[in-house]
Design a protein around this ligand. Sequence first.
Ligand code: GCO
Ligand code: MG
Length: 427
Amino acid sequence: MPMDHPDTSPSDLAPAARGTAIRSAEVLVTSPDRNFVTLRITTEDGVVGLGDATLNGRELSVASYLSDHVVPLLLGRDAHRIEDTWQFLYRSAYWRRGPVTMAAIAAVDVALWDIKARIAGLPLYQLLGGASRTGIMAYGHASGRDLPELFDSIRHHQEQGFRSIRVQTSVPGIDAVYGVAAQPSSSGRYDYEPAQRAPLPAEEDWDTRAYLRHIPTVFEAVRNEFGPEVPLLHDGHHRMTPIQAARLGKDLEPYDLFWLEDCTPAENQEALRLVRQHTTTPLAIGEVFNTVWDYQTLVREQLIDYVRSAVTHTGGISALRKILDFAAQYQIKSGIHGPTDISPVGMAAALHLDLAIHNFGIQEYMQHGAKTNAVFQQSFTFEDGYLHPGSEVGLGVTYDDDAAARYPYAQAYLPFNRLKDGTVHDW
Ligand code: GCO
Ligand code: MG
C-alpha cells in the first residue's frame, strides 16, 4: 500500500505541536457604547488571539454561527495553520459567502494571525511584510444639520489632527439623513451612531432629487471656507441610480473630492460603467461586500479607485489582503472600512494591514467611546492625522472581561428609509 495518504482527519493533517493546538474558542458579546462580538482563541500553551465578528444589527447570528458551528471545529486544530483553517471553514460549509459566514471566518482568521504574531514576538504587521510607511492617513466624520454646525465639526476634527475629512449634512426637506448627528454631544462633537437600541428599526425619509440639488452647494461652501487643499470625502450610502450617481459625480468635480463613496448599491457591478463614463470624481465601494467576487468586474475594468471592505466582513486579513493585491494590479487603493461598528479588534487588524500593503489609500477612523476603549485596551496611536498600530506583539489589543461584563447585549437596529410616498428605499 502506498503510504502517501496516512490515516488522518482534516484537523490532524499535520498534528500540532501540542502547545499550538487550539484549547478553547470563546464567543464574547458585549455592548459598551454599542454591540460587539469578539472571538477569543487560546492555545494549549495559553497564547490568546482575538478576532472581531461584529455585524451591525445582526450580531447574534454571527455569535450563533461561531458558537454552534465553528468553535467545535476549531478545538485541537493547529493555530499556526491559518490558510488551511480559512479554506476549511469556507469550503467545508458548502454554503459560501454572505456577511454572517464571512464575519465568522474573519474572526477566526484574525484571532489566528494575532496568535501567530504573539508566538513570533512581533507586531502583526511584521508578518505581513513589515511597514511600508511611517503612518496611516486617517479620515474623520464631520457632519452638521446646517453649514455653521458642519463648519464647527470640520474645525473640531482639524483641531484633533485630522487632515482628511468626510462631509455629510442634512438636506432641506428631509428629516433624518445618514451620517448626520441629531445634535451635538455634550463634548461638542457631532458624533453619529447609526444603530439605535430599540426593538424595531427607526424609519427615516429620503428624497434623491432634493439631495442631488443640495450636496454640491455644501461642497462649494466648504471649499470656500477651508480652501483647496484639505482632502474631502462624501458617502452616498447606496441611494442613487447609476445616472443619478453620474450626475452627482459630475456636479462635484469642481470641488475635487478625494472620493465619492457607495454612489450606487453596486450589487450590479456593471452599473459602475455608466457612472465612470460620466465623471472623474474618484469612486470608493465595498463596505457591504464580503468576497473578492464582489469586486471582479469593478477591479478588472477599473471602475472604482478605492476598495472599502472591512477586515471584519470580508473573511479577515488573509482574504482582504488577496482582494487588495488583486486591486493593486489595477492601481486601485485601499480605503478600509472603520466605523464604530468595527470593534477595536477589527480596527487594529485594519491598521496592521494598512501599514504593510503597498497600495494603501486612506483609513476611515470613527473614534470609539470611552466605555468601548475600557473593554478593548489598545496600543494604536493617532498623531497629526496619522494612525499607527503600535509596537506591541500581535494585534496589540486585549479584552477586559470585567469591563465587558458590565455591558450586556442590547437589541439594536440600523434605520431604514422610505420615500415620501411610502416606498422603502436603500438606507
Ligand atoms: C461608513 C459606513 C457606515 C455604515 C455602518 C453600517 O462609511 O462608515 O457607511 O457608517 O453605515 O457601518 O453598519
Ligand atoms: Mg460608507
